[in-house]
Design a protein around this ligand. Structure first.
Ligand SMILES: [Zn+2]
Length: 132
């Protein structure tokens, strides 16, 4: 593993990596309960749409469920992408560096422990829920 630019000690880094890997497995399992892995895009999931009957009213609840699942799917995919990105950054040594305010600024270790896939420091973190 490349030297971590954020100067996180190896033990902590290993713990964070474990947390990320576990989170990834959990999210993947969750996605697989209602979505099939997309054939077109690696790492992408497609929510399955199961039709019960032929009449639209028979499918009303199915449509609703499908739409709910789509929302959940997108959120989980976003989480998964953030986790994968964090794992890649761990390999390159860029993990823990704020993606917004630059190379010199590191993300607070307590923030990383609570939210290991964090891309930005607490100052840059957007609270609108966009995941930045
Ligand atoms: Zn920042």
């Amino acid at each position: 593993m490349a030297k971590n630019k954020a100067n996180i000690d190896e033990k902590t880094l290993a713990e964070l990596k474990k947390a990320l890997t576990e989170k990834k497995a959990k999210i993947t399992a969750q996605l697989e309960t209602f979505a099939g892995k997309s054939k077109d895009l690696k790492g992408d999931f497609d929510t399955r749409f199961e039709q019960i009957g032929d009449r639209p009213e028979e499918n009303a609840s199915e449509v609703e469920m499908y739409e709910n699942n789509l929302g959940v799917e997108h959120q989980l995919e976003k989480d998964l992408a953030a986790i994968n990105e964090a794992l890649v950054k761990m390999e390159s040594g860029a993990y823990g560096i704020c993606a917004n305010c630059g190379k010199s600024q590191t993300i607070d270790i307590n923030r990383l422990k609570a939210f290991p896939e964090a891309k930005t420091c607490i100052k840059c973190h957007c609270h609108c829920g966009c995941g930045k």
